[in-house]
Design a protein. Structure first.
Length: 314
């Protein structure tokens, strides 16, 4: 082994977390202590020249060296990501623990310990969604389908347990309200349909080709503004008087704006969304909401309220 190979071997050992003792290294490489010292000096010099690299420090008086990791991510970034993941409940506990462990590995040992202690209780008491399906590989698979424009056939379990067979072109994958969803273009209906990722069963790639006209292509940014609870329905622009937390309503309906204010601090909001899903949200706001227009949408709201009242006969 020449000197360059020896230096590289020592650096790889350090990078993998091993402690390097000068005396033990001299025996391992059948060379003198002074040679190992020069090798380590070369590595230290190289890491100090490139500030993006980890820093070598002498850890003990007996000449043992180890590699001190610097933070590759900001601690606040790791903490924020971890908190959001834990609150989402979207992944199984095994997947959450794996992601958080990988994130913590990007930090120095000292910083990693602080973050670990901060989220320890949340991680211990983490309770995932009922489906208990591992999703990380599926997320990547569908990312590939979308990138490669691959038409798939698949078995899918509907809300009430019925299993159906479908075929379509995946065009979008995103997260909303606890779940990951896939939007597929269905050539039979010539429309976009949404499917919950955890309900996909057997999936097969096909050689079929589906071409979507440019005018019909889905825009993710527009979809995110208008779909709520992943119930699509028909797109509608509507107005409603709102007496709740205005900021929360505007955040829930990104494509919205206040068009009138009242002295009682209520406002009129104009928004565009897909009606089936947004009706559910509007009704969840109780008496804080009064839908004003268009008349056809008001009628849908009234009909839904009447159906609700029938659930509570005198």
């Amino acid at each position: 082994m020449n000197s360059n190979e020896r230096i590289m071997d020592i650096f790889i050992s350090l990078y993998q977390g091993e402690d390097i003792s000068i005396t033990k290294a001299s025996k391992k490489y059948s060379t003198s202590i002074r040679t190992i010292q020069r090798d380590l000096a070369t590595i230290i010099s190289a890491t100090h020249t490139n500030k993006s690299e980890p820093e070598l420090t002498i850890e003990s008086i007996d000449g043992t060296y180890s590699l001190k990791k610097l933070d590759h991510l900001l601690p606040q970034e790791v903490l924020a990501i971890g908190k959001i993941l834990l609150e989402s409940r979207a992944l199984t506990k095994d997947e959450i623990e794996k992601i958080i462990t990988n994130l913590l590995d990007e930090l120095s040992e000292e910083t990693s310990l602080i973050i670990k202690q901060t989220i320890a209780n949340e991680l211990l008491n983490y309770y995932p969604l009922k489906h208990q399906e591992n999703l990380l590989q599926l997320i990547w698979d569908f990312t590939q389908y979308i990138s490669d424009k691959t038409v798939i056939s698949f078995d899918y379990q509907k809300n009430r347990g019925e299993i159906v067979q479908r075929k379509g072109l995946p065009v979008s994958l995103f997260f909303s309200e606890y779940y990951f969803y896939v939007i597929l273009y269905n050539p039979t209906y010539q429309s976009y349909l949404s499917y919950r990722l955890d309900r996909f069963l057997e999936i097969q790639s096909t050689s079929d080709k589906i071409k979507i006209d440019y005018k019909d292509r889905l825009k993710d940014s527009e979809l995110r503004k208008k779909i709520h609870f992943m119930y699509a329905g028909k797109e509608v622009t509507f107005t409603f008087r709102f007496g709740g937390i205005i900021e929360a309503a505007l955040d829930k309906l990104p494509d919205s704006k206040v068009i009138k204010k009242y002295e009682d601090n209520s406002v009129v909001i104009e928004a565009t969304a897909y009606d089936t899903g947004v009706i559910m949200w509007l009704l969840s706001q109780g008496s804080n909401v009064q839908v004003l227009s268009p008349p056809s949408f008001v009628d849908k709201i009234k009909k839904e309220i009447q159906n609700m009242q029938r659930r509570y006969p005198d």
